[in-house]
Design a protein around this ligand. Structure first.
Ligand code: SF4
Ligand code: SF4
Length: 358
């Protein structure tokens, strides 16, 4: 055993995040006393040691050019001790211990075309799924939807016009990212997959595709003497999970892949427990380049919530208070019977929060 060379792992993942922390964060790690939000897009953290750290946040389009990244790095060198970070919602954040840098950072960011905001009672930058750039199953390009929705809600990002923060997410397919937010914009297929039997026999692992279906709608069959698959249309719920495993079962369609809007989802435990969203608008056309129908619905929901929500009441909490009947009346959205959740196997006792209960 002694002459064996010990196994050495090659670490090719992301490097240790601690190397990227601002020195004031390193010094006060886990020792923060409180924070304030002096203005939209600015956070002030106060540590137990008495240190103060300002954060300035700006929205980015997510797919950033090298030129833009260089401009951001210049700003970081000038006003933030050479440090910046990107958030999961594609914001860029700069930290500085010097209050006089805050206005310079805001001006610098606005000069290169990035809006400062997204902190406090406002719309945060949209959670943005991959779309055509990286993923193999999108029915639409999330970037386009995000651009058109954020253009429409620009003033809600840069100003405090809402009762509480509103998180919006997009999803370019029906099954994976982007599902849970105050307002979730989600692709919804309306037809079963179209099977290309020639391709399927050559390129897909049949048992894997059969196992992929959550409602057991896929069965083995033989077509033109070759092993293939069939879909039981009465069972299929058009989720598109099989397409992820087998490109020969294409479900995306320019006309029949629609967009649905879900509201009231919440991940945090603040004030009320996390909640699942509910469908409130469906069969909206996937209509590039500006998705007017989607924008119309999102705009209506935001407008009514801005008017009726109480301070710090999240969108789902507002709906819980006023009731679904009032929600549909006030927004003018049409309630359809498919929007009722009749899933028989859900239980009301699911532990949906980290609150301790007995
Ligand atoms: S939402 Fe679906 S299509 Fe879009 S990136 Fe995620 S998995 Fe891919
Ligand atoms: S779309 Fe979903 S439900 Fe329909 S066959 Fe494929 S995996 Fe099954």
């Amino acid at each position: 055993m002694s002459d064996q060379i010990p196994w050495k792992t090659i670490e090719s993942g992301p490097y240790d995040y601690r190397q990227a922390l601002h020195p004031v964060v390193v010094k006060n790690y886990g020792q923060w006393k409180r924070h304030e939000i002096p203005k939209p897009g600015v956070l002030k953290h106060i540590a137990r040691s008495g240190d103060v750290l300002y954060t300035v946040r700006a929205g980015t389009p997510r797919q950033n050019s090298v030129d833009l990244v260089r401009q951001l790095c210049d700003l970081a060198d000038q006003y933030a001790d050479g440090y910046l970070r990107f958030t999961v919602r594609n914001n860029v954040e700069f930290m500085t211990a010097d209050e006089s840098n805050v206005e310079s950072l805001i001006q610098g960011l606005e000069t290169i075309g990035l809006p400062v905001g997204g902190i406090g009672p406002c719309v945060t930058n949209l959670a943005h799924t991959q779309g055509w750039l990286h993923c193999d199953i999108p029915a639409t390009d999330a970037s386009g939807v995000v651009k058109s929705v954020m253009d429409n809600l620009f003033d809600y990002f840069t100003g405090w016009r809402l009762p509480a923060k509103v998180r919006i997410s997009t999803s370019c397919c029906a099954i994976n990212c982007g599902g849970q937010a105050d307002i979730a914009i989600i692709v919804k297929h309306t037809r079963p997959p179209r099977i290309n039997h020639e391709l399927l026999a050559d390129m897909c692992e049949l048992p894997k595709v059969v196992a992929r279906c959550p409602v057991a709608a896929i069965r083995p069959t033989v077509v033109n003497g070759r092993q293939s698959l069939m879909v039981d249309h009465a069972k299929c719920m058009y989720c598109g999970a099989c397409f992820g495993a087998c490109p020969a079962m294409e479900i995306n369609h320019p006309e029949h892949s629609k967009i649905g809007i879900w509201v009231g989802g919440k991940n945090s435990n603040a004030r009320s427990r996390p909640a699942m969203g509910c469908l409130v608008a469906q069969n909206l056309p996937n209509n590039p380049p500006r998705w007017p129908e989607v924008n119309e619905v999102v705009g209506r929901i935001i407008e009514v919530y801005a008017k009726e929500g109480k301070r710090w009441e999240r969108l789902g909490e507002w709906i819980d208070r006023v009731g679904w009947k009032h929600f549909f009346e006030a927004t003018g959205l049409v309630f359809e019977k498919d929007m009722i959740d009749t899933y028989r196997h859900a239980r009301t006792t699911f532990n949906q929060s980290t609150h301790i209960r007995f």
